[in-house]
Write a protein that binds this ligand. Structure first.
Ligand code: PYC
Length: 404
């Protein structure tokens, strides 16, 4: 019957920890699992343990709002997210698992002359690097999104927008599950409920990883723990330029399809798109204070809805159905921290603020390359964690979608 057996939809049960793994990955979110899959599939590494204090995709992978785009501001950012978007286009086939990747036009609204200037700048950089983006004005916006309020009778009328026709969304949980399934088939061990409690560092490398289920010897170690990056890096003696703050979001009750695009307004601090189930997925800026908690607040919901209703006044009677928060590891330049560290065998995938989900496939591919070759891939050069010491920040604030 072998050849008629469908691909597995069940993950193997968590096995006992072995005394040694060639690669230990801390964090079974999308990024950690994608790196494990790529290492096993394309670099032939089979002795891999992925450890997570919770469950697969239960951290920020489950808490983002699933937007994929490449319309960044810096050449480093555009090139990086462009590769990720290309990988998303074929991810369901790659993993033989439906991640529901759907193209959607993406509009970043400009309400001031200053933001028109930034949108024009982004459009120029994007076009130069082969990413489709252009500056559009009210008539064109009305054609793309006819129900968006474009009148002058609001505090911040819409003047124009950056139009990115090739944005999209994917089912965030499915991305983690797909990578997990295929990695497990290649022999990767996924250890859920396995919390890293300490790292033994000696002679410039990490020797042992201690967990609540025992300790293990490791060849190389990757940390991919968005929301807990500073905590885990500290165990390896690394101090990161990261401030961790909650980022909240919510969805409405399902409505019949009416919204074509993903609409973002940096000035109003809000964004909205409509899911395949008809729910409106909405969010805003990060909470204005550091806090290690994923609780939801009424204050966030009230502030967000005031802005959403300026864009879509007819939604005033719609109910919010679910609300949640993730933990955003914000860097000063709104760019990630990736690649090699000062330790020989310790690698980092961090600084994912509010921009991590869309980078999942490129992070998996490039972190696997970094670990397998022990060399910083060119595409990650600008994201090295020592850039802050060298004053070589990437400066992605103008394109981070929801600000701080
Ligand atoms: O980067 O597109 C984005 C985004 C939307 C919500 C949070 N981040």
């Amino acid at each position: 019957l072998g050849r008629f057996r469908p691909p597995s939809r069940e993950l193997p049960a968590t096995p006992d920890l072995k005394p040694h793994y060639d690669v230990v990955i801390i964090g079974a979110g999308g990024h950690g699992l994608a790196a494990a899959y790529n290492l096993a599939r394309y670099w032939g590494v089979r002795s891999i343990a992925v450890l997570d204090r919770g469950y697969i995709g239960g951290g920020n992978t489950a808490r983002n709002t699933a937007i994929v785009r490449a319309n960044y501001l810096t050449p480093e950012g555009v090139g990086f997210y462009k590769e990720s978007m290309q990988l998303f286009e074929t991810l369901s086939q790659e993993l033989d698992f439906n991640v529901m990747y759907t193209r959607k036009p993406h509009l970043t609204l400009a309400h001031t002359d200053a933001s028109i200037r930034t949108m024009r700048w982004r459009a120029e950089v994007n076009t130069h690097l082969g990413v489709r983006s252009e500056l559009v004005f009210r008539d064109e916006i009305a054609a793309i999104e006819p129900r968006l309020h474009l009148g002058d009778d609001v505090r911040y009328p819409v003047l124009g927008a950056l139009y990115h026709p090739v944005g999209g969304t994917a089912r965030h949980d499915a991305v983690a599950w797909g990578y997990a399934m295929r990695a497990a088939e290649l022999g990767v061990e996924i250890h859920q409920l396995t919390e890293v409690t300490g790292l033994d560092v000696a002679g410039g490398s990490v020797r042992r990883v201690h967990t609540n289920r025992g300790s293990i010897e490791c060849g190389q170690v990757l940390q991919a723990v968005a929301g807990a990056s500073s905590e885990v890096a500290r165990m390896a003696g690394l101090k990161l330029a990261i401030r961790t703050v909650p980022l909240q979001a919510c969805v409405s009750q399902p409505l019949k399809p009416f919204l074509n695009a993903i609409i973002v307004s940096g000035s109003l601090h809000c964004y909205i798109w409509q899911s395949q189930r008809g729910e409106l997925v909405m969010g805003g800026a990060v909470d204005p204070y550091p806090l290690w908690s994923t609780r939801s607040t009424l204050d966030f919901k009230e502030g967000l809805m005031a802005h959403i209703l300026e864009l879509f006044p007819f939604l005033s009677e719609v109910r919010v159905m679910r609300q949640w928060a993730g933990m955003a590891d914000m860097t000063p330049d709104f760019a990630p921290i990736m690649g090699k560290t000062h330790l020989d065998n310790y690698y980092i995938d961090a600084g994912w603020g509010t921009w991590g989900f869309k980078a999942t496939p490129v992070c998996g591919k490039r972190m696997a390359e970094c670990i397998a070759t022990n060399r910083q891939p060119d595409i990650l050069a600008a994201f090295h964690h020592d850039r802050f010491l060298r004053f070589e920040q990437v400066g992605e604030a103008g394109a981070a979608s929801v600000g701080s």
